[in-house]
Design a protein around this ligand. Structure first.
Ligand code: ADP
Ligand code: MG
Length: 329
């Protein structure tokens, strides 16, 4: 029997466990869960774990691990249009290393303060390698919440910022690059210090038809919107927003491959009905976050890539999965 994929594993063993309470508005299956907090507000909740050597290199700066552990969760709430409020931190460490903890705490605190989040509890345990798990709660008005489902044929597909940078940064880091300045420094910063798009996410509430954050790669994450919405899409690869740093250090074809399949960017990918496009561009300008139209939602299932002349291209390998389907060694 083929081994379970990460998503099949979740579906088979966990997706049914959220049944049983009528106040669960959204259980397993979106960027965050939604529960009815009363008075027209929903409580949004998510948890993400970073494990040493899987999500961050053992020699990553401690500040970066503290920042990123919170950032990846903020990004999930941003994708629901929720405003983050409270966090719980579960930490596993091989030994109590105070220099590392001081750096970790500084990175976590800076982002918590700038995003209005209070750490209200957690858990500390000893284990074979470092692992950081953050549970984040936030609030969103019931009529403003964003989900992965809701995209309709004809909607325009947008992505915030630039994509492919974090995956490029990871390649550079693994090749031993440690420069803080220039294009290398910019890509490494995108890997270690991702910027969750909280203001944009909140502004998209009631405006976008569907949204997700880009954690596993644009093609894979857009694929989740399409599957949840029962639609397909066409992406023009020449429209993919690539940073100057990425273009400077990687050939165009490779940069586009990274943009489509590289994970860890924590940008938002979302769909907008044509009637809302002007409002969207005004909202994005107010947030100071660039947004780029990269394609259109279509009725036929699947993701199609085309070049500027409308010629079809083959989709390179998909996004990151912890337990990919198929034969394993
Ligand atoms: P994201 O990349 O946005 O963090 P994931 O791909 O990790 O989302 O998870 C997809 C969905 O599955 C989410 O709704 C998440 O809450 C849920 N999920 C993942 N693992 C489990 C689990 N062990 N038990 C219950 N729900 C889970
Ligand atoms: Mg997500």
């Amino acid at each position: 029997m083929a081994p379970l994929s990460e998503f099949e594993l979740i579906r088979q063993f966990f997706s049914t466990l959220s049944a049983g309470r009528s106040d669960v508005v959204e259980g397993v299956g979106d960027d965050a869960a939604l529960v009815d907090a009363g008075s027209g507000e929903l409580l949004a909740a998510c948890v993400d774990t970073l494990t040493e050597d899987v999500h961050f290199p053992a020699d990553a700066p401690a500040e970066a691990v503290g920042h990123k552990a919170l950032a990846v969760n903020l990004s999930d709430l941003a994708a629901m249009a929720a405003r983050p409020t409270w966090a719980l931190l579960a930490l596993t460490l091989p030994q109590p290393d105070s220099a590392w903890l001081a750096g970790f705490g500084a990175g976590f605190r800076a982002l918590a303060e700038s995003s209005g989040v209070a750490l209200i509890g957690g858990d500390t345990t000893r284990g074979p390698r470092r692992s950081v798990s953050v549970t984040l709660l936030g609030r969103v008005a019931a009529d403003k919440v964003l989900r992965r489902r809701g995209a309709r044929p004809g909607d325009r597909i947008f992505v915030s910022g630039t994509v492919g940078d974090a995956a490029a940064g990871l390649r550079l880091w693994q090749a031993g690059e440690r420069h803080r300045a220039g294009a290398v420094g910019e890509l490494l910063a995108r890997l270690h210090y991702p910027t969750p798009r909280l203001a944009l996410g909140a502004a998209l509430g009631g405006l976008a038809s569907a949204a997700i954050d880009v954690s596993d790669g644009l093609a894979a994450d857009l694929g989740h919107i399409l599957a949840a919405s029962g639609v397909g899409a066409r992406i023009e690869i020449e429209r993919l927003p690539l940073s100057a740093a990425l273009r400077q250090l990687f050939p165009l074809a490779e940069a586009r491959q990274l943009a489509l399949t590289g994970g860890d960017d924590y940008e938002l990918c979302f769909t907008v009905p044509p009637s809302q496009e002007v409002r969207l561009r005004q909202a994005a300008a107010r947030c100071g976050t660039a947004v780029t139209a990269i394609g259109v939602v279509e009725e036929a299932a699947g993701l199609r890539l085309v070049d500027g002349a409308g010629q079809a291209l083959v989709l390179p390998q998909g996004g990151y999965q912890h337990f990919p389907a198929g034969p394993q060694p």
